[in-house]
Design a protein. Structure first.
Length: 119
């Protein structure tokens, strides 16, 4: 089971930028995918962006063109560069690492980091 620790959240004005990082004790090569999810108050957790072991990425429609997901192998970390932030991006952001073991899907989660977009 991988340990995941997020950092980089905070308060930012609309139109601003933030960079989230997620460091892991695991080998990021070993995960089938690594993802960023977010959960706003009163809403379900939703997938924001993901990156597969082969490098392919996917994004929620609401963040396409504004957010960029990447991996840093040297630091064993997953990053999310967020630009042109909007108030609706306010949420707790969670790092997720997904592993396939035979037919099973194993998910590891970080504790979350708060992102607040407000003037």
């Amino acid at each position: 089971q991988a340990q995941l620790v997020e950092s980089g959240g905070g308060l930012v004005q609309p139109g601003g930028s933030l960079r989230l990082s997620c460091t892991t004790s695991g080998n990021i090569f070993s995960f089938f995918a690594m993802n960023w999810y977010r959960q706003a108050p009163g809403k379900q957790r939703e997938l924001v962006a993901g990156i597969f072991s082969g490098g392919g990425t996917n994004y929620a429609d609401s963040v396409k063109g504004r957010f960029t997901i990447s991996r840093d192998y040297a630091k064993s970390s997953l990053n999310l560069q967020m630009t042109n932030l909007k108030s609706e991006d306010t949420a707790v952001y969670f790092c997720n690492a997904r592993t396939h073991v035979g037919p099973e899907v194993l998910d590891d989660w970080g504790q979350g980091t708060q992102v607040t977009v407000s003037s």
